[in-house]
Write a protein that binds this ligand. Structure first.
Ligand SMILES: [Zn+2]
Length: 182
């Protein structure tokens, strides 16, 4: 089922999230819906606040980027109750976008690698180091869990330049090819 995507300006994106418990209802169905909604909107990463839930759930599928970033080949994951334990001081700047912030792309600095503790879709615990594009995507989605949106990281000057566009999204004056919640 396709879910509406909550847009920039909706308070749910600023609220932060809570860990889910093992008896979380309909988890399998929610994950399937999140993947379906993300694919339909042509996204590669998606966090629960973007469908209006303050839960620590992220889905990622970077397969479509494998041509440009070989480390993305077959990279389809679910991250539940994730915590970044450590991240590199070395950073890389690359352009990012977000399904909740349509038509805005900004160059964002992210750590080259992260060490992440999380549960998978079967609620099995893992601790892994992710590098390259997966590390960037995880940091972007992790921000959503913390109530942060990628444009928050833009420089003061860039923020000024995109402020009218952000205001338009906040005011619901935006056209999207996918179903949204304004
Ligand atoms: Zn996003």
């Amino acid at each position: 089922m396709i879910l509406p995507i909550y847009l920039y300006g909706h308070p749910i994106l600023r609220k932060g999230t809570k860990d889910i418990s093992p008896d979380y209802p309909h988890l399998k169905e929610l994950l399937a819906n999140m993947f379906e909604t993300m694919y339909k909107a042509e996204g590669v990463g998606f966090a629960a606040p973007q469908v209006g839930l303050s839960d620590r759930i992220v889905v990622v599928d970077l397969s479509s980027l494998a041509k440009d970033y070989p480390e993305c080949e077959g990279f389809k994951r679910v991250f539940i109750n994730a915590r970044i334990l450590e991240k590199s001081d070395e950073t890389t700047v690359l352009e990012e976008g977000c399904l909740s912030v349509p038509d805005i792309h900004e160059k964002i600095s992210r750590s080259n690698w992260v060490r992440l503790q999380y549960l998978d879709e079967h609620l099995q615990p893992h601790e892994d180091v992710f590098e390259g594009y997966p590390a960037r995507c995880i940091q972007h989605e992790y921000d959503h869990l913390e109530g942060i949106v990628f444009t928050d990281h833009a420089s003061g000057l860039r923020k000024q330049m995109i402020s009218s566009k952000l205001n338009r999204i906040r005011d619901g004056r935006v056209n999207c090819s996918y179903k949204v919640k304004k």
